[in-house]
Design a protein around this ligand. Structure first.
Ligand code: ADP
Ligand code: MG
Length: 465
């Protein structure tokens, strides 16, 4: 997916206020009623309508009129919110070329004022078509607050926390710099994904290092679950860096042994095919430690001494609730089976307020945008050889079928949309004057199980700044 950050420079404070208002509304609504956006944003009379039109034009919002007139953020809209926050924090000041396209992420170069280049990973959970359909279906069925926005945010936080923890424990991972929403900023890893490497000077050393990593992870209570040639970077000195950890699970997971064996198998298969290696002798001594292996030289899961509390400890230290863990784990395993309750509305409101606060105090001018190239390294989805982790379905070409809908609406139905927006605006104004509930809002709250008092509470708090 292209990330045209040029637009970002021209967005106003109001644009971001409305964008953030939609984000806030999405905590409780899959599609946020236009009227609710207007109330949360609380711009001057009629202002929100004009701003929404602009945001639609730039594809930062998606308009959905199938049940009522409403909006949701597009990936791009969510990207912009995260990028703006991080730019405002001084984490980076320029976005450059795309480094990679993962199964469920896009990776770009970003740079600081002093020219330090880092990597920005934008998580895109749910973009894989199979998942999008599945999660949507469950979403509608249970009317849960579970959505891609929430999931991508959890995935990013999970990855960021793991990266920090692994780094502290001496694992070769990128340096975790910062994290906001679905976006993780990390150091740029030199070299290439192992899948692109045709020859190695010391394949056995590299192989042993990699298998040693799987074993060491397990000793720390972790299984990578997507440990393969796509998620191992190697530089010219054949130094290894492992990447891509949002899907890691604990060694106490019921399928831990299976995930462990699969990670090991991926590495064995790859080295056997690509570098013609046979293994019987190589794995007796892994990374300086003797490891029990089976007849084929594969390390044995059961014989590794494991610290089972590691994962829980690290995740709770980074603010992950048990519920968050359960939700993301369900998604990672390819199915959202249970309704996610919205019993944390109050704390969410506080978060909403601070998010909007942040959006409003951010300066856009500081963002210098570097040239964008369309170059992409070999995409994971296209060349994967090992069976991937729980998240290996091929992705849609454009990243999401829903983004296509967005385009149709904004391009073809501009006039129609304008008319509808006008109507919604008039209704909202009438409702505000006469204190009558509009048809749209009645429908909305009933349909989505939201509470009108919730939104007015947000509005009250916002207008008191
Ligand atoms: P996904 O979770 O979607 O598979 P990854 O984290 O594996 O995403 O990243 C996809 C690709 O982006 C990698 O194969 C790699 O080429 C590139 N990439 C990811 N992180 C970095 C980084 N820190 N430095 C350089 N390239 C990176
Ligand atoms: Mg990957």
């Amino acid at each position: 997916m292209k990330l045209d950050v040029d637009v970002l420079r021209y967005l106003t404070k109001e644009d971001f206020r409305v964008l953030t208002a939609v984000e806030m509304g999405m905590r409780n609504h899959e599609i946020v009623p236009a009227e609710l956006v207007e109330r949360i944003a609380a711009l001057k009379h009629g202002g929100t309508y004009k701003v929404m039109k602009n945001l639609l034009k730039h594809k930062l919002l998606h308009h959905d009129a199938s049940k009522y007139d409403g909006f949701r953020l597009t990936y791009l809209g969510y990207d912009f919110l995260a990028i703006k926050t991080l730019v405002n924090r001084g984490v980076f000041s320029a976005v450059g070329r795309q480094l990679g396209v993962g199964k469920e992420s896009d990776i770009f170069e970003v740079a600081t004022e002093d020219g330090t280049v880092m990597a920005m990973k934008l998580h895109r959970l749910g973009r894989t078509s199979f998942r999008a359909v599945k999660s949507k279906r469950d979403y509608l069925k249970h009317r849960s607050s579970f959505n891609w926005l929430y999931l991508s945010r959890l995935a990013a936080l999970r990855e960021f926390s793991f990266m920090k923890a692994l780094q502290e424990h001496g694992f070769p991972v990128p340096n975790a710099v910062d994290c906001n929403r679905h976006c993780v900023i990390m150091s740029l890893v030199p070299g290439y994904p192992l899948v692109q490497v045709k020859q190695l000077e010391n394949p056995e050393i590299v192989f042993n290092t990699i298998i040693g990593l799987v074993v060491r992870l397990t000793e720390h209570g972790l299984i990578h679950c997507d440990f393969n040639e796509f998620n191992i970077m190697i530089d010219d000195d054949e130094k290894i860096t492992m990447i891509d950890f949002p899907q890691m699970v604990s060694v106490s997971h019921r399928n831990a042994q299976m995930y462990f064996d699969r990670d090991v198998e991926c590495v064995f298969k790859f080295f056997s095919k690509r570098f013609n290696m046979s293994f019987h002798e190589c794995t007796a001594d892994i990374d300086g430690t003797a490891v029990d292996t089976d007849d084929s030289g594969r390390p044995s899961f059961t014989s590794i001494a494991k610290d089972t509390g590691f994962l829980d400890k690290e995740l709770s230290a980074s603010g992950f609730t048990r519920k968050d863990q359960e939700e993301i784990a369900k998604f990672i395993e390819g199915g959202i089976k249970k309704d996610a309750s919205s019993d944390d509305e109050d704390t969410e409101d506080d978060e909403h307020i601070s998010m909007l606060n942040e959006a409003n105090t951010m300066g856009v001018d500081s963002l210098h945008v570097a040239d964008q190239h369309d170059e992409q390294v070999e995409s994971e989805g296209n060349v994967r050889t090992c069976e991937a982790g729980p998240s290996s379905e091929p992705e849609n070409e454009d990243g999401s079928n829903e983004e296509g809908d967005n385009e149709t609406v904004t391009n073809d139905n501009d006039a129609e949309l304008e008319k509808r927006l006008n109507k919604v605006r008039r209704r909202a104004v009438t409702a505000a004057r006469g204190g009558r509930k509009t048809f749209a809002s009645r429908n909305t709250y009933k349909d989505k199980g939201g509470k009108s008092s919730n939104s007015s509470k947000i509005q009250r708090q916002l207008s008191s700044w």
